[in-house]
Design a protein around this ligand. Structure first.
Ligand SMILES: *[C@@H]1O[C@H](CO)[C@@H](O)[C@H](O)[C@H]1NC(C)=O
Ligand SMILES: *[C@@H]1O[C@H](CO)[C@@H](O)[C@H](O)[C@H]1NC(C)=O
Ligand SMILES: *[C@@H]1O[C@H](CO)[C@@H](O)[C@H](O)[C@H]1NC(C)=O
Ligand SMILES: CC(=O)N[C@H]1CO[C@H](CO)[C@@H](O)[C@@H]1O
Ligand SMILES: CC(=O)N[C@H]1CO[C@H](CO)[C@@H](O)[C@@H]1O
Length: 362
């Protein structure tokens, strides 16, 4: 996690006149989320579970942009049971005790991009369910060290340029096999088996699971060398799925990378990568980079090999005299007033001043 500030965009209904992307480069079903733009800015100043300055208080109302002015201990994994128009970009989430990142219920227009979903804990040990008819895009995201559900998909979904590493015996990408219909694009992903992997990357699915499947790369031999092949979807498992000959017309990734380019991109920038913490560094540099040789099935994140989350170098944010969430130095350099609360004001490019600041960080 970035040491100073983490910005969370709270779900808000997209207004029909808005053609502005959530941020420059936003992709997928959630690309047009407005977040808290046009609303207010709430600065989280403590780690309390409730009360003024807490995260719970911050998200108690919609249309807010939430800024963390403290290090955040980040204990919980993510579940979305209700809501529309959200984008999760460069998020690192791990050690969920149930699911690690799940979407289930009345949920629409969600993008998860450039993120890391890691190490679901025993006894459930899951990447997550992605189950909604409202549309979820998962783009350039790393699923690593989860026994099962990397992810399990039902409904409307696009899964593109992701890397799935060291999935367990429960399955990698699991296609829904229920009575409800699913419509999925599964494009240009990379599946690399690790020490815990004992099953093929795609499992289950039935005739209700309609999928356009193309150019997924599979390296099963755990030998430290990238020497796999592009799976033929119709012959290499997934037999029950209703294969499509044309892609579903979903809001998609602007650039469809080759699987090997996707792997390089995920290694370089998935997760909260501006300052990777010890956990993400280990997952990427030690496990994923080993190409099959190293992978940890963990029950307890406080013991070896993870030894806990490591130092969280949060604590002191940059000086922000007007407490509007934008540091003085940035305001001085970019023409807003460090002494006036002007972060929610909409700039000439359509974004709020604070969005311009946060977009400048990546
Ligand atoms: C700054 O103004 C916004 C509304 O534009 C408000 O939500 C916020 O509470 C104000 N912050 C401070 C520190 O006054
Ligand atoms: C946060 O919780 C601590 C411990 O319960 C308490 O002392 C403190 O006053 C709380 N802070 C706020 C702003 O409520
Ligand atoms: C989802 O996005 C589409 C396209 O932008 C929009 O038409 C639809 O209203 C959105 N759904 C919800 C529930 O906001
Ligand atoms: C590529 C792949 O994973 N193929 C598998 C498909 O399923 C059969 C039977 O379960 C396995 O033997 C193959 O290895
Ligand atoms: C990190 C990790 O591997 N989490 C779980 C993944 O699946 C295995 C097998 O169930 C569990 O042992 C792990 O706890």
């Amino acid at each position: 996690m970035g040491p100073f500030i983490l910005l969370v965009a709270i779900a808000a209904v997209v207004t029909s006149c808005s053609a502005l992307l959530a941020f420059p480069g936003a992709e997928g079903f959630g690309a047009q989320s407005t977040g808290g733009r046009g609303g207010t800015v709430y600065v989280v100043t403590n780690l309390n579970d409730s009360g003024a300055g807490s995260f719970r208080d911050a998200v108690s109302q919609s249309n807010r942009i939430v800024v963390f002015a403290i290090g955040d201990s980040g204990k919980d994994a993510i579940t979305i049971a209700n809501g529309a128009n959200m984008i999760f970009d460069h998020v690192s989430v791990s050690w969920g005790r149930d699911e690690t990142f799940s979407i289930n219920g009345d949920v629409s227009n969600i993008t998860i991009s450039d993120s890391i979903i890691a190490q679901g804990l025993e006894t459930h040990s899951c990447g997550g369910l992605i189950q909604t008819d409202g549309g979820v895009s998962i783009i350039r995201t790393l699923y690593i060290d989860n026994q099962t559900r990397n992810p399990k998909v039902k409904g409307v979904n696009e899964f593109v340029n992701n890397v799935v590493y060291n999935w367990g015996g429960g399955g990698g990408y699991i296609a829904g096999d229920s009575a409800g219909p699913s419509y999925a694009n599964i494009l240009n992903n990379v599946f690399i088996s690790g020490p815990s992997t004992s099953v093929s990357p795609f499992t289950r699915g039935n005739a209700n699971f309609h999928a356009y499947v193309s150019d997924n790369y599979y390296d099963p031999d755990k030998d430290g060398v990238l020497d796999g092949w592009i799976l033929s979807p119709t012959t290499e498992n997934y037999s029950g799925v209703d294969f499509q000959t044309a892609k579903y017309n979903y809001p998609t990734a602007k650039t469809l990378l080759s699987p090997t380019d996707a792997l390089a991109k995920v290694k370089a920038s998935a997760g909260a990568s501006k300052f990777r913490d010890r956990v993400d560094t280990y997952l990427i540099n030690t496990e994923l980079a080993s190409l099959g040789k190293v992978g940890a099935l963990i029950t307890d994140p406080t013991v070896s090999p993870m030894n806990g989350p490591g130092p969280i170098t949060g604590g002191t944010g940059p000086v922000d005299t007007d407490k509007d969430g934008i540091p003085d130095a940035y305001e001085a350099a970019h023409g807003t007033n460090p002494n006036v609360n002007d972060s929610a004001d909409i700039a000439s490019n359509g974004y709020a001043n604070i969005e311009k600041y946060i977009n400048s960080l990546v």
